[in-house]
Structure formats: structure tokens, C-alpha cells
Design a protein around this ligand. Structure first.
Ligand code: BGC
Length: 398
């Protein structure tokens, strides 16, 4: 009974979305929804017999990458809480940054009969098995924060990832007043994220596009010469990997007293490693400008202490709200396009051009707006209600 209701609602949304240019995998889902696994079928039938489903209820699978990086703990908690508060049953998994484990976790969710999948991918290219099964079972997939490169994805919810990078690059340009630098030369190094994460290239390119003219002019000098994505990437966004590479660079290029002015880091977990390396291995006495992203607690502490200069903040509670409202609309068969944004109550753009799940296959995306945080506007974070400032001036996530 419940399954039929969900399938019918999905079909309604799919019909609407075909005209609205929404989820490319949508049309085939109605036909394939009958193929949901026996186990799921039985479970749903039993469920429906035991407890009649409340309006808008259903089961939601939330697959997060790892608990070892701070933000995903917050994302998982917000998503889980918000879906539960809205009356949904949830399954929340963390896959220890192991792509194969994430495939298993998603397969289990499909077997459990989830109605929608919310997935933050460990590796955007390694989920095909699970995605194809979701598609065959007629389960819509919302790619959360990181794009999964598979056409089973119905929608993408994230921040404007390229803008995250441009904010970091522009911060460096403004802080050093590079426009008016004359003959001055500033030394800079770069660190970005995991090549398996589709976001990493967007962050890096966004930042690099802003600083590139100054590198070409010679105002910014990458002393190590490492400017290509592969050289500056960090496996799994690991703090330790970023730390080790930074130590190597400091040892090889700065041990002679060469001044380092900027280390452009794509996010906070890598910035943490770079800041540690600077503390332990940098001979200079100047403050090195370090960028980041996320507003992790340790990094906010470093910002207060002057060991990191900025972070690009992304309100992941809002990202969870947008995801919830989109999933609700999808399950209720509503039109899923820009007209939903008003309901979100969150600043966000509907973008049908920027992201593709395969060559030429555009993925409709809801992109939230990132902002810059420095020691001067930490109060903005407190004002979100998501952080508290202690009497020591440090922030902790609520
Ligand atoms: C997220 C960033 C995060 C990074 C590492 C990216 O996909 O967008 O916010 O810093 O993963 O967790």
C-alpha cells in the first residue's frame, strides 16, 4: 500500500520534472520501481499492515563519508535530526572513508526499503553498483554536498563550490593588496583536497583562477613550483597527509630563511596540518596567511589564536534543511525546481547548467551560498545559533 503510494507520487513528480528539466534519471524510475527487492517489498508490506503511514512519512537512507572529518558529523546529525523531526524514519551510516564500504552501506539501505537516498560520496566515481541498484529499485538519489558521477542521481544539493575557491583566492588578493603591490613579491604555497572528491577541483580552480594573474605577473611566487592539482592534492583531505607535505616543502624550500607569506588551503582539515607544520618546521617569524573552509572547531580556535587567517563557512544545517525540503517535495510528487526555494527559507540558487553526472547529462542542483569568516566576524557564527563562544573566546559547535 505504502509502496504504491510512494511510486504514484514519484510518478507525479517525474512527470512534472520531465517538463521542468529535473532529474535525468527520473523517467525510467517509474517503470523500474516495481523491481525493488523482494526483501524491501515484504518489509514495506509488513510495515504498512502494522502501522499505517502518516502523511509524508517514509524511510530515508543517509550515507555520510566518515566521522574522522569534523563536518560530516555535523551533517549527519543535522540530517538525521531534521528528517526525524519531519516524521521520517532514518538510516544513517558512516563508511570510514572506504568507498567499497559505502557501496555496501547503500546496498543495505536499498534492501531495507528506503524511499530516498541522501549520499555524500567518498569517491564520486566508485558508487556505480549501488547507484544502478537504486535506479533499478526506483529510489531517487540526492547527491549531498559532493556530486556522484552517475546518472541515477536525481538532484544535487551543495554550496557553490567554485565560489568557495574564489572567496579564498580573493581573500589573498585583498589581504595583500596585490592590485597595488608594485614590484613586491609574495611567496605562496597551495594545498587542495581529495582527487576522488568531485568538489576538490572546483575549490582549487576557483581559487587558482583568482590568483593566477598574479602568479603570471610574478607578484605571487610559488616557491616549490607545485601548482598543478595532482601535486597539491591531499588524499582523503587528511590532516596528516597535508602536514607531511607541508613539512617537506618547508624543509626543501624555506629552510634557508626564505619567507613564506601565504598557504592557500582548500579546507580546514588540510589547513590544520599546514598550520601545524608552520608551527613546528617554519623558520620565519612572520604570520603566514592561511585559508580554510568549514568552520571546524580546531580551525576556529586557530583563527582566534592567529594561526589561521580565514575560513569559508558553509552552514550545513541549512544544507540539511534544503535537502529535507527537496526530499519531501520529491516524495510528495511536487515540482522540484526553483519554485521550491521560497519554501527552503535559505539563500540558494537553482542551477541546471554547472554540474553533469556524465558527459552532457546536466544534474539539477540547489546551491547554497558560502561566506568568509575571520577573527573579526566570528560573532556571525554565534548568531547562527550553531556555535557558542566560551569565556576564553573560543567557539564550540552546539
Ligand atoms: C566538502 C568540504 C570538506 C571536504 C572534506 C568536501 O567535499 O565540501 O566542506 O571540507 O569535503 O571533508
Amino acid at each position: 500500500m505504502k509502496k504504491k503510494l510512494v511510486a504514484a507520487l514519484m510518478a507525479g513528480c517525474m512527470a512534472a520534472t520531465m517538463f521542468a528539466g529535473c532529474g535525468s534519471s527520473a523517467p525510467k524510475e517509474e517503470a523500474k520501481s516495481e523491481a525493488k527487492s523482494e526483501a524491501a517489498e515484504e518489509e514495506k508490506t509488513e510495515e504498512a499492515a502494522e502501522t499505517p503511514a502518516a502523511e509524508g512519512s517514509g524511510k530515508v537512507g543517509i550515507a555520510m563519508p566518515t566521522q574522522s572529518l569534523e563536518r560530516w558529523n555535523r551533517d549527519g546529525a543535522y540530517l538525521d535530526e531534521q528528517f526525524k523531526n519531519a516524521g521520517y524514519e532514518t538510516i544513517l551510516t558512516y563508511s570510514d572513508n572506504k568507498a567499497e564500504q559505502q557501496v555496501n552501506d547503500i546496498q543495505n539501505m536499498i534492501a531495507e526499503g528506503v524511499d530516498v537516498l541522501i549520499v555524500a560520496a567518498i569517491d564520486g566515481e566508485a558508487l556505480n553498483t549501488a547507484m544502478n541498484e537504486a535506479s533499478e529499485a526506483g529510489i531517487p538519489v540526492i547527491s549531498y554536498d559532493r556530486l556522484i558521477l552517475n546518472d541515477a542521481v536525481s538532484y544535487y544539493v551543495s554550496f557553490d563550490n567554485y565560489t568557495v575557491g574564489t572567496l579564498q583566492g580573493q581573500f589573498v588578493v585583498d589581504a595583500l593588496d596585490l592590485e597595488n603591490a608594485g614590484d613586491a613579491v609574495y611567496n605562496i604555497e597551495l594545498t587542495t583536497g581529495d582527487p576522488a572528491d568531485n568538489n576538490a577541483g572546483y575549490f582549487f580552480n576557483g581559487a587558482y583562477d583568482v590568483i593566477k594573474p598574479y602568479i603570471e605577473k610574478g607578484t605571487l611566487n610559488v616557491v616549490s613550483g607545485q601548482t598543478d592539482f595532482a601535486s597539491v592534492a591531499t588524499e582523503q583531505w587528511s590532516t596528516d597527509v597535508a602536514l607531511e607535505r607541508a613539512q617537506n616543502i618547508l624543509g626543501s624550500y624555506y629552510a634557508d630563511g626564505t619567507q613564506l607569506d601565504v598557504w592557500l588551503c582548500s579546507n580546514d582539515s588540510t589547513a590544520l596540518g599546514v598550520a601545524q607544520a608552520i608551527e613546528s618546521d617554519y623558520a620565519g617569524k612572520n604570520t603566514v596567511l592561511i585559508t580554510g573552509q568549514d568552520g571546524d572547531e580546531a580551525n576556529l580556535k586557530n583563527i582566534v589564536d592567529g594561526k589561521q587567517t580565514m575560513t569559508v563557512y558553509k552552514n550545513v544545517s541549512n544544507e540539511a534543511i534544503v535537502t529535507l525540503k527537496l526530499a519531501q517535495a520529491l516524495l510528495e510528487g511536487k515540482e522540484c525546481d526553483a519554485s521550491l526555494i521560497e519554501e527552503f527559507g535559505v539563500e540558494c540558487a537553482y542551477d541546471t547548467e554547472s554540474y553533469e553526472t556524465s558527459a552532457g547529462n546536466k544534474c539539477p542542483s540547489f546551491l547554497l551560498v558560502p561566506s568568509v569568516i575571520t577573527k573579526d566576524n566570528l560573532q556571525d557564527l554565534v548568531d547562527t545559533g550553531l556555535y557558542t563562544m566560551g569565556s576564553d573566546g573560543y567557539l564550540s559547535a552546539n
